[in-house]
Design a binder for this molecule. Structure first.
Ligand code: PEP
Ligand code: MN
Length: 264
């Protein structure tokens, strides 16, 4: 794929010599868990430490996140490890709390991107922020809905924008948890070459043994980074247990991935 980048983006300004890596647990569970995983990742190529603290669960009755308390743990992560932090926001109150606690990167989840009302509320709450804001694709394969959400944020003056491809729901039985529909991500990239596009193999595959292959496909397609859920005890994670990898496994994946250089 041609790289027709013209503008410098917030990602270029990070001066990384590898694709952006966002990693950490699906959910913050306890202070010890959040800090323990962070310390295992601090001397790796991970650039942003993720942990979901408000969890959008499909069915009620599952663990819905520790809430604002988790922001304090993420602040501790930054103070103790120097890693930048990332969490999901889904309404104005989340945004205000995350900004108050100086979270560096906010992402908008697939169940929020589907709703223009939620996207407008988030755009208004984030107005003019200099934090990085990444928008996951909507749960359904609707490119216009994805772009519409990003447009609302752009119009609100949010400069450090990007997108996350996390696959799409389907009623068909497939090997994926959310089918990648790679062509849609490629169309997205062709339309917006200056908008960093991150791949989320964890939510695409739903299975840890498929993470490497999907990550490699994404890098072969010139994605700008990866978001990979990482947990020190994946089988006992409070959410998304089957897809999380250990910190050691993450390091191995990052070591084995072939990174495509601009000149290739
Ligand atoms: C997550 O990142 O843990 C998450 C809930 O993702 P998605 O919005 O892609 O389902
Ligand atoms: Mn998850």
């Amino acid at each position: 794929m041609e790289n027709s980048k013209q503008m410098r983006t917030w990602l270029d300004d990070l001066h990384l010599d590898h694709p952006l890596v966002i990693a950490g647990p699906c959910s913050a569970e306890t202070e010890e868990q959040v800090l323990g995983i962070a310390h295992s990742l601090k001397d790796t190529d991970v650039n942003y430490y993720r942990a979901g603290i408000w969890k959008p669960r499909t069915r009620p009755g599952n663990f819905e996140g520790v809430g604002a308390l988790g922001l304090k743990w993420l602040q501790k992560v930054k103070a103790e490890t120097g890693m930048k932090t990332a969490t999901e926001v889904a309404n104005r109150a989340h945004v205000e709390l995350a900004l108050e606690h100086d979270i560096d990167l906010l992402w908008i989840g697939a169940r929020s991107t589907v709703s223009p009302f939620i996207m407008q509320e988030l755009a208004d709450a984030l107005k003019g922020t200099d934090k990085i804001v990444l928008v996951k694709n909507p749960v359904n394969p609707d490119l216009a809905l994805w772009l519409g959400g990003i447009e609302r944020l752009h119009t609100a003056g949010i400069k450090k924008l990007g997108a996350i491809h996390r696959g799409f729901s389907t009623y068909e039985k497939t090997k994926y948890r959310n089918i990648p529909e790679w062509q849609m991500a490629i169309d997205f990239k062709n339309k917006f070459p200056d908008l960093p596009l991150i791949n989320d193999p964890s939510h695409i595959t739903g299975k840890r043994d498929m993470i490497f292959d999907v990550s490699q496909t994404a890098l072969d397609l010139n994605f700008d980074g990866l978001m990979i859920e990482t947990h020190h005890d994946p089988d006992n994670a409070w959410s998304d247990a089957a897809q999380q990898v250990t910190p050691d496994k993450l390091v191995q994946i990052m070591r084995d991935l072939k990174i495509r250089k601009e000149s290739d």
